[in-house]
Design a protein around this ligand. Structure first.
Ligand code: NAP
Length: 231
């Protein structure tokens, strides 16, 4: 099993759902974890769980729809390990199902702030120092959502995630900072809802694939976690 001992990973949205599964899978491989949620209280149970796995942890709270929240995450990493080797942009918000022309400007903005602007700022905060240290894995979580105008802000925000990921991969070409995007599948979480096709456990090992890539491996690629289900 490929190990991640002594590496530090930041997984946004560590407290529940897919982020929590990613955190546990990374910790099983020895990775130290910067845990993130909107409040520290949301992190207490996952922090206890992975501390028992003998990895170091550092907990940070930050609301991704605000600049203050993003700044708090960046400052929190600097005050903790000082850097991350792995940045997993997992946290996101979706929308209440709404007729496409009735979405408010505020809802469009909130969705893009959390799902796109925050992701881009975290990449900017941590990507350059990954290049300097000669190692980095950035994974942006996207979605296979299609043909659902009732969730248009969410869907459009994920299209922006895809485009940004490919552009960022070009920025880091010829470096060992690999930038990829991955769709977890339709998963039974608070965001995915109870009618989703798959259990949270099905996202592992797939969600680890873009983290475990060999040095100078593929970048700018799309992965589908369900392709690796059960492997
Ligand atoms: N579930 C699916 O079917 C599905 C399908 C395709 C793609 N995805 C993607 O997979 C990723 C994870 O989704 P999920 O289903 O695991 O979601 P989830 O169960 O709703 O969990 C969301 C996580 O993000 C954090 N978060 C939510 N809003 C935030 C905000 N405004 N600021 C900071 N943190 C915030 C939450 O922290 P708190 O504990 O503080 O709330 C929580 O840890 C997302 O990128 C999503 O778009 C999911």
């Amino acid at each position: 099993m490929k190990r991640l001992d002594n590496k530090w990973a930041l997984v946004t949205g560590s407290s529940r759902g897919i982020g929590r599964a990613i955190v546990k899978a990374l910790a099983e491989r020895g990775c130290n974890m910067v845990l993130h949620a909107r409040t520290l209280a949301h992190l207490s149970s996952i922090n206890a769980e992975i501390t028992a796995m003998n990895v170091k942890t550092h907990c940070i709270a930050g609301e991704l729809s605000t600049q203050a929240g993003i700044d708090a995450i960046i400052a929190g990493v600097k005050a903790g390990p000082g850097y991350v080797d792995i940045l997993y942009n997992n946290a996101a918000v979706s929308n209440q199902s709404t007729p496409v022309f009735e979405f408010s400007a505020a809802e469009w903005l909130r969705t893009f702030q959390v799902n796109v602007f925050a992701m881009a700022q975290l990449c900017a905060a941590f990507g350059p120092s990954m290049r300097e240290r000669g190692y980095g894995r950035i994974v942006n979580v996207t979605s296979g959502i299609a043909g659902q105008p009732d969730l248009a802000p969410y869907s459009a925000s994920k299209a922006a995630v895809d485009k940004y990921t490919k552009d960022l991969a070009v920025e880091f070409k010829d470096s060992n900072v690999l930038v990829n995007h991955i769709d977890p599948g339709w998963i039974k979480t608070d965001l995915g809802g109870p009618n989703a096709w798959e259990e949270v456990s099905s996202v592992i090992p797939g969600m680890l694939v873009p983290v475990l890539l060999d040095d100078k491996g593929p970048s700018g690629r799309f992965y589908a976690a369900q392709d690796f289900k059960g492997l």
